[in-house]
Design a protein around this ligand. Structure first.
Ligand code: ZN
Ligand code: ZN
Ligand code: ZN
Ligand code: ZN
Ligand code: ZN
Ligand code: ZN
Length: 307
């Protein structure tokens, strides 16, 4: 009996061992396929799964394209939003990546163009537009002829508008200031010598009558001779006969002359023993147009410099 029990027991143990061995031989000998982006490590035989899919990774998503996985080359994820740059003077609001625009550029604004400089934008400080030839910086200069004036801009060097006739009031153009001038030249002399000064008319606008009075220091100088200059030949010329200080010279024309040039040549004798210095030869001048209206003149005195 005991032997029998022992046998049974042995059989049972054997059976358990055999059974265990039999179930072991049916278990899968896994053949693993490594995990990929989208699937976990998987047995190709029994589809057993270990772990998880790796998931896509790497690459850079932009508003233009989804990210491309560095492992598998597939696109994945979402496109991010545009990266907006606010509108500026020259560019509309736009995505700095794909350059897609929204709305319009603001355009430059403000500043003032001149004849030499473009306007400078108040927002971006850039020059824009064109120079403005209606905004001259330094326009009040005139190009003058005997009969006309024309505005000239010193900044851009352009003449502006049209040549226009002078608008004379008492012989001076009230627009450009053009005025005829009678001037006595300067000269140098030694004591005891003779010296000649010239009286000339420039920038005349038309003179029909002229009177010049010459004053000098009679204690130092004598007016030795006076000759009529090359202009106003058709005028009646009258001269004081004594050529003293305060002598008067007159021209009387039947019509206005627009000639410029020398009116008189004055020859002085410089007294002996005159001390060195400048001695003024002064003139007073009256000029008239053909209707005897007085013409204003610029008068320039001369001087004799005794060395
Ligand atoms: Zn398996
Ligand atoms: Zn991937
Ligand atoms: Zn974009
Ligand atoms: Zn701007
Ligand atoms: Zn200008
Ligand atoms: Zn003028």
């Amino acid at each position: 009996m005991r032997k029998f029990l022992k046998l049974i027991l042995s059989f049972t143990i054997f059976s358990v061992i055999v059974f265990t061995a039999a179930s072991c031989s049916t278990k899968c000998n896994h053949v693993w396929k490594e995990a990929t982006c989208t699937s976990a490590k998987t047995c190709t035989v029994c589809n057993a799964v270990r772990g998880e899919a790796l998931g896509h990774s790497g690459g850079e998503a932009t508003c233009l394209a989804r990210a491309t996985c560095e492992r598998c080359g597939e696109e994945y994820g979402e496109k991010p939003d545009h990266i907006w740059v606010e509108a500026s003077c020259e560019m509309a609001k736009h995505c700095e990546v794909c350059l897609q625009e929204e709305g319009e550029a603001l355009g430059h604004t403000g500043g003032t163009a001149t004849c030499v400089d473009k306007a400078v934008c108040e927002r971006c400080q850039k020059e824009y537009g064109t120079v403005d030839f209606s905004n001259h910086l330094d326009r009040y200069q005139y190009v003058k002829t005997a009969t006309t004036h024309r505005e000239h801009c010193n900044c851009c060097g352009n003449d502006i508008g049209d040549e226009e006739p002078h608008s004379f009031v008492n012989g001076t153009c009230e627009v450009c200031g053009y005025t005829p001038t009678v001037a006595v030249s300067d000269a140098q002399a030694q004591a005891g010598e003779a010296v000649t000064l010239s009286v000339s008319l420039t920038d005349t606008v038309g003179i029909a009558g002229l009177q010049i009075t010459v004053r000098f220091d009679p204690s130092r100088f004598t007016l030795a001779s006076v000759e009529q200059g090359e202009i106003f030949e058709d005028f009646i010329f009258t001269a004081s006969s004594n050529l003293a200080n305060g002598s008067v010279f007159m021209w009387d024309g039947a019509a206005e002359s627009v000639e410029n040039g020398e009116l008189l040549s004055l020859t002085f004798n410089v007294g002996d023993g005159i001390s060195a210095g400048d001695y003024v030869v002064e003139i007073t001048v009256s000029a008239y147009d053909v209707e005897m209206n007085e013409i204003s003149l610029t008068i320039v005195n001369g001087k004799i410099t005794v060395a």
